[in-house]
Design a protein around this ligand. Structure first.
Ligand code: F6R
Length: 250
């Protein structure tokens, strides 16, 4: 695992945007795995800025998102499809036909999950997967469990995840209770992974992720088994790790 320490969220966002842009420049038809949530918003803003300054084109890029709520349609403002348009796609030269997000309205979960895995396979796999992390260690919507998940599947969301996401909805009751998510194997098949972590509230889980045993009760620990993971985290998020291992950043 490579760990990049940044002073704050702004620096984290700039640094991660630079890594994504460098991937897009080195392989113009890259397949990018994207995340939603609050953490990548600054990264997407920085990418939009760099695109405006003509530093990069997304014309031949394909994207696959980690997850989507089940039972929410694409035109619902809470859907991850709307999020991606609002936070990134509307402002760059990507062809929307090249962007993939699970279809939350497909009631046939098995069909939807197989379709999504086939999309990723037919694209040739993910070159760079962006991840955020939940307070319980979830990546995508892979919640703590007795075993690591495999392929894309329909997941029942943890109460803690529903609570954390309630800030985007009118109330806890309005948050969907299920989602389609890439499985752990799907995520781990990406050639490179970039995990973004910001804020003191993530210090405990980042500590467990980096220094804990690989364990499905903390899904993010699986990243220790991937050979090309970069974590970009700010001082607040890395505070507990640095207290115990001040020399971890070389
Ligand atoms: C988002 C996703 C989630 C988030 C995680 C952190 O597509 O899959 O795993 O990355 O819940 O969310 P924030 O960034 O809002 O703390």
């Amino acid at each position: 695992m490579k760990i990049i320490l940044t002073k704050n969220y702004a620096e984290l966002s700039k640094k991660s945007a630079e890594i994504i842009i460098s991937q897009v420049k080195s392989k113009k038809n890259s397949i990018l795995g994207l995340a939603t949530g609050s953490t990548p918003i600054g990264t997407y803003k920085a990418i939009i800025e760099m695109h405006k300054n003509r530093q990069v084109s997304f014309e031949n890029i394909h994207t696959v998102n980690l997850d989507e709520y089940r039972g929410i349609s694409r035109d619902n403002s809470q859907s991850y499809y709307c999020y991606m348009k609002k936070e990134l796609f509307n402002y760059i030269d990507i062809n929307l036909k090249n962007t993939y997000i699970p279809n939350g309205m497909n009631e046939n979960a098995q069909e939807e999950c197989e379709n999504y895995e086939n999309i990723i396979k037919n694209l040739g796999g993910i070159d760079l997967q962006i991840l955020g992390i939940g307070h319980n260690g979830h990546i995508g919507f892979n919640e703590p469990s007795d075993k690591f998940s495999t392929k894309t599947y329909c997941v029942k969301l943890d109460d803690r995840t529903i609570e954390a996401n309630a800030r985007f909805f009118d109330s806890f009751e309005d948050v969907p209770k299920e989602a389609y998510t890439m499985g752990i194997d799907t995520i781990m098949s990406a050639k490179k992974i970039l995990l973004l972590v910001s804020g003191a509230s993530k210090a405990d889980i980042l500590y467990e992720t980096i220094l804990g045993e690989v364990n499905p009760q903390v899904p993010s620990t699986i990243l220790n088994n991937h050979e090309n993971v970069t974590i970009i985290a700010d001082e607040d998020a890395l505070s507990k790790v640095l207290k115990e291992k001040p020399n971890i950043i070389k």
